[in-house]
Design a protein around this ligand. Structure first.
Ligand SMILES: *Cc1c(COP(=O)(O)O)cnc(C)c1O
Length: 471
């Protein structure tokens, strides 16, 4: 069969999809009325839709595609693995070569003092594993009252009951009776929207002190852990002030509260270090990973457990009554091993730190000169633009929050670039293999998209600044 889609296939797939497919994070009624986009193929930094449009994948799928799309070495590694051992579990005193090799390979790039890995099928399951593992750890250490988790408002930790509860997304809590008990959400380190009159570092310390205050109010003897993304991804690529993470680490240590970094986005090179916690200069007790570990070629995630917790847990924990059928799936482990091999051979983490990262950052940060942009920020290959009608006051638009973001996102797709909108900001996280020419093309599209958005807002009378509540 030819890879070119049949001329009527978009309508055909849309009809099947509308009749049978319930989409995650979507309003099915609105989506079916509009018609879903059908992506049929991907190559390098580009995806192609069923209408033949070539679109630059500025989001690496969903923050997954570190090595770019369509890499045959990964496909072959998965095929070879599945033809030898398609599936076997890792429960009941059993392992398989790929799971053992991958656990060692991950320990090899993990931060110092973190050498054990628990496998899951994705990030949400990894976060749920942390909840259960940490609570069981404290119980095993004779401190069963230490159960409370501190998290942040507007954090994203996945969409299972545990993950969505630990996350701080109000619209997610509003559905299904969340959060589960014993989770406290505190101030996020989001200076641009919530920093008010404080300077960045002052605000970073303020936000860190809110962690201390929550722990002290609950009683440190009742608090199991603090969890945070080194950089909040789905929340809008919120890069905390430099003062924030070291202060949070110190606060946790002083109170005997474990520090958990959710590295599902930041892990495996996104910031130019192997892990975002290294970029922030902190040492977590546990960290979660998924997405980039396989570049999205196969679902796999997990938890890296630091030696202090692992030793206590192994010595005193007995049987851990937890696991997933696909914990350490052979296909996922083979994909991750091949992905790590490519990342090492092509020095892709170094490339993010010293080459394509700085190259794109330089051009991205200049977007702050556009009249619609309040702030442009980027570290490694993860960045955001805050859109505002008035940079000086960091004002909001005279429209429901998110309206402008969606206008901008639609222009972006039309012009051939995937950017995601969060509130009235745009976020970006391209593959590590992005070339300089592709980075130039990306930034040129963004300038055009900002101009189109600006003209549209002018036409609709939406450029009137509205003071931001809470700032
Ligand atoms: C995507 C994400 C998750 C959830 O991962 P899934 O594989 O979708 O379950 C958890 N934490 C963070 C920080 C994420 O970005």
């Amino acid at each position: 069969m030819s890879s070119a889609p049949l001329s009527n296939s978009t309508a055909h797939w849309r009809a099947l999809d509308a009749a049978h497919h319930l989409h995650p994070f979507s309003d099915t009624k609105a989506l079916n009325a509009e018609g879903v986009r059908v992506i049929t193929r991907a190559e390098g930094a580009y995806v192609f839709d069923s209408e033949g449009n070539k679109i630059l994948d500025g989001m690496s799928g969903l923050w997954c595609s570190q090595i770019g799309h369509g890499r045959k070495a990964i496909v072959e590694a998965i095929a070879t693995q599945l033809s030898q051992l398609d599936y076997y579990n890792t429960f009941f005193k059993t392992t398989h070569p790929a799971a053992a090799e991958l656990a060692a390979a991950i320990a090899g790039v993990a931060p110092e003092g973190m050498s054990r890995v628990f496998f899951t099928s994705g990030g949400s399951e990894a976060v749920d594993t942390v909840l259960r593992l940490v609570r069981h750890y404290w119980a095993a250490m004779g401190r069963p009252q230490k159960t409370i988790f501190i998290s942040r408002k507007n954090a994203y930790h996945g969409s299972t009951m545990g993950g969505a509860s630990l996350g701080g997304m109000a619209p997610m809590h509003a559905q299904g009776g969340l959060p589960i008990p014993d989770i406290i959400h505190v101030q996020q380190p989001y200076w641009w929207a919530e920093g008010g009159t404080m300077d960045r570092d002052e605000f970073g310390l303020f936000a860190a002190n809110e962690v201390a205050r929550a722990i002290d109010e609950a009683g440190p003897e009742n608090v199991a852990a603090f969890i945070g993304e080194p950089i909040q991804g789905a929340g809008g690529v919120i890069i905390p002030p430099d003062s924030y993470w070291p202060a949070v680490e110190k606060i946790c240590r002083e109170r005997d509260v474990l520090l958990v970094c959710d590295e599902v986005i930041c892990g495996f090179g996104r910031t130019g270090e192997w892990f975002g916690s290294q970029f922030m200069g902190v040492k977590p007790d546990l960290l979660t990973f998924a997405k980039g570990v396989t570049s999205g070629y196969f679902p796999l995630g997990g938890v890296i457990v630091g030696d202090k917790v692992a030793e206590g847990f192994i010595a005193n924990g007995g049987e851990f009554n937890h696991g997933y059928t696909y914990s350490g799936h052979p296909g996922g482990c083979a994909a991750a091993l091949a992905n790590l091999k490519i990342m090492h051979e092509e020095k892709l983490v170094e490339r993010v730190k010293f080459d394509i990262g700085p190259y794109l950052q330089e051009r991205w940060l200049k977007l702050a000169d556009h009249p619609l942009v309040g702030e442009a920020r980027m570290v490694g290959l993860i960045g955001a633009l805050e859109l505002t009608p008035d940079r000086a006051s960091r004002a909001a638009f005279a429209a429901e929050e998110g309206t402008v973001g969606l206008i901008c996102r639609d222009f972006s797709f039309r012009e051939g670039l995937v950017m995601r909108a969060v509130r009235d900001g745009m976020i970006l996280a391209p593959p590590f293999t992005l070339t300089h020419a592709e980075a130039d093309e990306l930034v040129a599209i963004v300038w055009r998209v900002l101009d189109l958005t600006y003209a549209e807002l002018q036409r609709r009378g939406l450029l009137v600044p509205v003071p931001r509540v809470g700032a």
